[in-house]
Design a protein around this ligand. Structure first.
Ligand SMILES: [Zn+2]
Length: 166
């Protein structure tokens, strides 16, 4: 994939390297809170330190940056044109780590909701918070193992866990 990010966008992405309390993450928290869910944040004891944990529902939520977590098929998941090799390796490692964390969580009986950052683009149906609440609640209550929400679609599958890093 080519590097098509504008410089401002790139620096915004880079700023998320320690990504805590990011805008999409806060949007997800607000939506879950408004839907009546109670949760804990950044639980260190669980694999991958999930952003949001709903103990009552045995559900963890990751709000993934599309760049850092190499969102498949997403145009925000670019490889920078400088230091390309370094980035390829770095992002591949992230992907492997995500997969291992995901597998460990599923083995331990957790349901995983992955919300990709691109879900909140203005033209996305999930940028409508009511719609997001509805979809997220549906998963939390009837949870499959892993559910992903993104700009492009939503998928209920174990694809992420079984996928080998590229
Ligand atoms: Zn994405």
């Amino acid at each position: 994939m080519t590097d098509s990010l504008a410089p401002e966008r790139r620096s915004w992405n880079m700023s998320r390297i320690r990504g805590k309390d990011t805008k999409p993450e806060i949007a997800v928290r607000k939506a879950l809170h408004a839907a009546g869910y109670r949760f804990r944040l950044h639980v260190k004891e669980l694999p991958g330190k999930p952003d949001i944990v709903l103990p009552k529902w045995k559900t963890v939520v990751f709000v993934h940056g599309c760049f850092w977590h190499s969102h498949d098929g997403c145009k925000d998941a670019t490889i920078p044109k400088t230091k390309t090799e370094w980035w390829v390796e770095k992002l591949a490692k992230n992907k492997i780590r995500d997969t291992l964390n995901c597998e460990a969580l599923v083995r331990a009986g957790w349901h995983i909701l992955i919300v990709w950052e691109c879900s909140f683009k203005q033209s996305s149906e999930f940028s409508d918070i009511e719609r997001f609440k509805e979809i997220a609640s549906g998963f939390i209550v009837n949870g499959s193992d892993v559910f992903e929400i993104s700009y492009h679609n939503m998928t209920s599958s174990n694809v992420l866990c079984n996928k080998k890093a590229r």
